[in-house]
Design a protein around this ligand. Structure first.
Ligand SMILES: *Cc1c(COP(=O)(O)O)cnc(C)c1O
Length: 453
């Protein structure tokens, strides 16, 4: 008998009912943030010695906290990279939470890890990686990029006797995600940023030229070339074949950051743009972005998982029982130890609907993006800045200042119409819409664009 044994007769159905109703909402309320002081006044003390009871805490959540947290799956949440998890994925997230799974080791989580690996295999096949490829789901693209780069540096250091402690160099485009720079900082590595072309794409020749002009002292320390397949700002896909070629010439680890854009691998209309990804030493794609999985799930796949394993396995007396076995232990493939089976909701949804449904849903968002671009073209007061490569549209409202963009964005959220924030493109303030939700319609978006008139 413990203090946790209070009966759940009322709470259990209340929670399940709330969850089912929320999952069933096609158009969830967008909601609004509130200040800390405001929230504290509204909730009162919630963590107390006696507790406020499950029903009390649930009421605080449903009535105060949830309405103060944006619904990322709202069809007009188009800022940053939204998320639109499938019903099956979200339902199964409840099961994962209920099942006390430990997915760090095969010994403890074999069944869960097997299913996660099935989902990873689908992604590896889409990219064209060989059968030995494998990896792990981590919390986000940020951890995935860091973990891949740590593996890359490990391999490089293994091959440089006498220079093991040298500071490494990562070559990436100026348009690479901020997490690549953050990883370099955490690893105390340098970044050589190479300029992209006018649509934000990095080319092999540009990297070749920069490396040819760089001092030998720098190029000798280069251990990885990071390509982006779908930049977060505009959705540009680097010239992956050209970059793979340079990586091979220079013996650099070729990492492809497709955290946002990787979903396009499943869409025949854009698949050829990813040619060259099959030569990656590692790649990342976030199912929590454009693959309809709930937070947080980023898939990291290595061509040769053994390198990552050597780089990442933690050794401790109490872990030897795990590390001495030849098992596939997901903990060994990234910078982490304990892990939730966060790939399972994605696996369950893939198993439920089939991969064709994924291809269709991704094509739906791509088709919407192209139609939105045509609507913007046809509008007098809007100017498309870039033909969309994937599902991001970047455009400007003629004559507006940065302050006007911000005021419009704030108003849109206060009026509960949608969530769109300004960005910059080539030094100019612009608007950016990112489509990952197959429930967003052209009518929805045209209504939103009408508020820019
Ligand atoms: C979103 C994104 C990341 C970071 O992913 P998180 O899941 O937010 O950590 C990295 N790279 C690219 C290209 C992204 O779009």
């Amino acid at each position: 008998m413990s203090g946790f044994d209070a009966p759940l007769d009322e709470l259990a159905p209340a929670i399940v009912t709330y969850a089912l109703e929320r999952i069933g909402l096609d158009r969830p309320p967008l909601d609004l943030p509130r200040t800390e002081a405001d929230l504290r006044a509204a909730t009162g003390a919630t963590v107390t010695a006696e507790g406020i009871g499950g029903m009390g805490a649930l009421r605080v959540f449903t009535e105060i906290l949830a309405p103060a947290s944006l619904s990322i799956d709202h069809p007009l949440f188009l800022a940053f990279v939204p998320s639109a998890p499938t019903d099956a994925a979200v339902l199964f997230d409840l099961v994962v939470g209920a099942s006390s799974l430990y997915a760090g080791s095969w010994l403890e989580g074999a069944g869960a890890v097997h299913a996660e690996n099935e989902a990873l295999r689908w992604l590896a096949d889409l990219a064209g990686l060989p059968l030995g490829a494998g990896g792990v789901f981590v919390s986000g693209g940020t951890n995935a990029n860091l973990s891949a780069l740590v593996a890359a540096r490990y391999r490089w250091r293994q091959h440089r006797p006498g220079h093991e402690r040298d500071r490494g160099v990562i070559v990436a485009s100026a348009g690479a995600h901020s997490s690549v720079r953050a990883a370099a900082q955490a690893m105390d590595a340098d970044v050589v940023a190479v300029a992209t072309d006018e649509v934000g794409r990095l080319h092999g020749d540009a990297v070749r030229a920069v490396l040819a002009a760089a001092p030998a002292e720098t190029t000798e320390r280069a251990f990885a070339l990071v390509a982006t397949a779908g930049t977060t700002n505009v959705g540009a896909i680097d010239d992956l074949s050209g970059l793979a070629e340079v990586a091979a010439e220079r013996d650099l680890w070729f990492h492809v950051d497709a955290a946002y854009g990787g979903a396009g691998l499943a869409a025949p209309s854009v698949r050829p743009r990813y040619d060259g990804i099959e030569r990656a030493d590692s790649f990342v794609v976030d199912p929590h972005k454009w693959l309809f999985a709930p937070f947080d799930a980023a898939a990291l796949v290595y061509r040769e998982p053994a390198v990552a394993r050597a780089a990442h396995t933690q050794h401790a007396e109490y872990l030897e029982v795990l590390t001495e076995r030849p098992d596939w232990n997901p903990s060994d493939y990234a910078f982490h130890l304990t892990r939730r089976a966060r790939g399972l909701p994605f696996w369950f949804s893939l198993a439920t609907y089939g991969t064709d449904a994924y291809c269709d849903a991704i094509e739906t968002t791509l088709a919407l993006t192209r139609r939105v671009a045509r609507s913007i073209d046809a509008s007098e007061h809007l100017e498309l800045l870039l033909e969309p490569e994937l599902s991001i549209v970047v455009f400007r409202r003629r004559g507006w200042t940065a302050a006007q963009y911000r005021a419009w964005s704030d108003r849109l959220l206060i009026d509960q119409i949608g969530f769109v924030v300004p960005t910059t493109w080539q030094g100019e303030v612009a608007l950016r819409l990112c489509f990952v939700n197959p429930r967003t319609t052209l009518d929805d978006v045209e209504g939103l664009l009408a508020t820019l008139a």
